[in-house]
Design a protein around this ligand. Structure first.
Ligand code: IDP
Ligand code: MG
Length: 152
């Protein structure tokens, strides 16, 4: 199985879309193997968005990504990188297909609500960038009841 990295951007938190976005991944059948809230700093953003450093909007993107905390997720599943990228939709929310996350929740190229790794190689680098080994968990389901205690 593959693992991929997703970031719920400040727009997702400020617009209170976190639950809806998480539930899409959960219902799709992706396993949550890592999840945490963090404040992104300039050093991390220079690394994460290094491919954009010559772009005129680089500073704006970094400002948008550090405007509030974000939630980083590591999702696992067969072909998870491709599947999650398809669920995200194309970069510009105005062009993203309805039914995708960006297509349903964004009207902007910058404020496009989530980040998703774009290839298996990138995903490996990005997961290491945001998660320590001990912050990632086994996706294997455990036995027993999670509805009642034994004595009820
Ligand atoms: P991606 O997020 O779809 O992989 P990238 O080209 O890697 O797209 O760009 C990273 C992020 O930079 C985008 O998600 C978006 O927030 C922002 N961005 C990309 N292109 C533009 C642009 O033309 N104007 C403003 N922001 C942009
Ligand atoms: Mg990208």
């Amino acid at each position: 199985m593959e693992r991929t990295l997703v970031i719920l951007k400040p727009a997702a938190l400020q617009r209170e879309l976190v639950g809806e976005i998480l539930s899409r991944f959960e219902r799709k059948g992706l396993y949550f193997v890592g999840m945490k809230m963090m404040q992104l700093n300039d050093a991390l953003l220079n690394e994460h968005y290094g491919h954009l450093k010559e772009k005129s909007f680089f500073g704006d993107v970094k400002a948008a990504m550090s405007a509030s905390p974000v939630i980083v997720l590591c999702l696992e599943g067969v072909e998870a990188v491709r599947v999650v990228r398809a669920m995200a939709g194309v970069t510009n929310g105005r062009n993203a297909e309805p039914g995708t996350i960006r297509g349903d929740y964004s009207m902007s190229v910058e404020q496009n609500v989530i980040h998703a790794s774009d290839s298996i190689e990138t995903a490996e680098v990005e997961i290491k960038r945001f998660f320590k080994e001990e912050e990632l968990f086994d996706s294997k389901r455990v036995g027993g009841s999670f509805y009642y205690a034994k004595y009820e």
